[in-house]
Ligand binder design. Structure first.
Ligand code: PMV
Length: 386
């Protein structure tokens, strides 16, 4: 019996190792088409400007492996008004540099604190855009949402920058529209995982999943088969805490590595995504609400059970959640909440109840927000050239 058991364990390990090797060979072959070996740098300077929206995940990505590959598939609404607008001047250099030469202005000011993340990003992407070493890259960007609002700007900023880089590439070697969008998502992902989902809209999925056609760990894809009600969705972001997060999402992702519930969480996210896909088709809003709210609380449960543990919700986050549940119980309106990695609350609702929900927000919820501030947004379609 013992020998049989040992053989069984050995077989299982063998299958696991084989699956990992096959997955890596597959990813490597997929990745090859994002290496721009034909793009030759030119003598002329190039200037471009793109805007990209933020997005809000309904099924959350929390946990990754190198290089920025998700441990589970995620799905999000692309937003419309919360945007980063990024302008880039590419100036040709006499000779190529060893590392990408760049400068960064944010809201008109130099931001040395942004350099390490951008340096790491450029180090990762030069393998896919080697021509960047032949340019000096002057980046200038600003957000349309309030500064220091606690709204995650890494998704919109990395997607806008990636769009500028792909725009230059398309000037140097021909690219069709599909490849441009895919490469933008691919590069954005290497800057910030969730940024891969900001390139198109109104609904994007990132991460290999058996129920999402053409899904991939390398890029996000659009989710097309959705009930029209979801194309009217609104997202009001209640600004509970506008300060810096105590725990960055980079650290939060790392804490999933030896988290006791990590494997159950990854499996659960994938099965919640499968359930959400059929709800998105049918338009069943009750089922939508229970999956979305559960996902938000599952994400925060992972934070509370990490080692070290942490809590990003604040007393006012819970006040809002309770008030939303009360409102839904009394009015039967399809209002629900979700959370990202912070204390702010995203309220999701279809536009046919927007007037009543906005009145409720003003009368009952703004009291829980810093300076009574919120941002009203709606679902959107992704990146745009400005
Ligand atoms: O893209 P990152 O590394 O900032 O991680 C985003 C994580 C969440 O916002 C909490 C979830 C998600 O899927 O967007």
């Amino acid at each position: 019996y013992r020998r049989q058991r040992q053989m069984c364990i050995r077989d299982r390990r063998y299958v696991l190792a084989l699956t990992t090797v096959i997955k890596h060979v597959y990813l490597w072959s997929m990745e090859k088409r994002f290496i721009s070996s034909n793009a030759q740098p030119q003598q002329d300077a190039y200037h471009t400007k793109w805007q990209a929206p933020s997005n809000i995940a309904l099924v959350k990505y929390w946990g990754k492996t190198l290089p920025q590959l998700p441990k589970n598939a995620s799905l999000s609404f692309t937003l419309s008004d919360a945007q980063t607008k990024t302008e880039v001047n590419f100036t040709p250099l006499g000779a190529p540099t060893k590392k990408v030469s760049f400068s960064i202005l944010f809201e008109g000011e130099e931001k040395p604190s942004f350099r390490p993340k951008l340096e790491a990003f450029f180090d990762l992407i030069t393998a896919y855009q080697p021509f960047l070493l032949h340019y000096d890259i002057a980046i200038s960007s600003h957000n349309t949402f309030p500064h220091s609002s606690g709204i995650a700007s890494s998704a919109s900023s990395m997607a806008a920058l990636a769009a500028c880089l792909v725009d230059l590439e398309s000037q140097l070697s021909p690219m069709d529209e599909k490849l441009k969008l895919e490469k933008t998502s691919f590069l954005a992902r290497l800057g910030s995982g969730s940024a891969s989902r900001s390139v198109q809209g109104p609904m994007m999925a990132w991460g290999t999943h058996p129920s999402v056609i053409a899904s991939s760990d390398l890029i996000a894809v659009t989710v097309n088969d959705i009930h029209p009600i979801f194309t009217t969705y609104c997202d009001t972001i209640l600004l509970v805490d506008k300060g810096q997060k105590q725990v960055s999402s980079t650290l939060g992702h790392k804490l999933m590595h030896n988290h006791p519930y990590a494997s159950q969480r990854f499996a659960q996210a994938n099965s919640q995504l499968a359930a959400l896909l059929s709800v998105l088709k049918s338009g069943n809003l009750d089922a939508f609400i229970s999956i979305v709210e559960k996902e938000a609380l599952d994400l925060h449960a992972m934070m509370m059970t990490s080692d070290p543990y942490f809590i990003l919700m604040q007393p006012n986050t819970l006040q809002i959640i309770n008030a939303v549940w009360q409102f839904r119980f009394e009015t039967k309106m399809p209002l629900c909440f979700t959370l990202d990695a912070g204390a702010n609350v995203h309220l999701l609702y279809p536009s046919n109840v927007a007037d009543k929900v906005k009145a409720f927000i003003a009368s009952d919820l703004l009291q829980f927000c810093q300076n009574r501030q919120c941002v009203h947004d709606v679902v959107g379609t992704g990146i745009k050239k400005c």
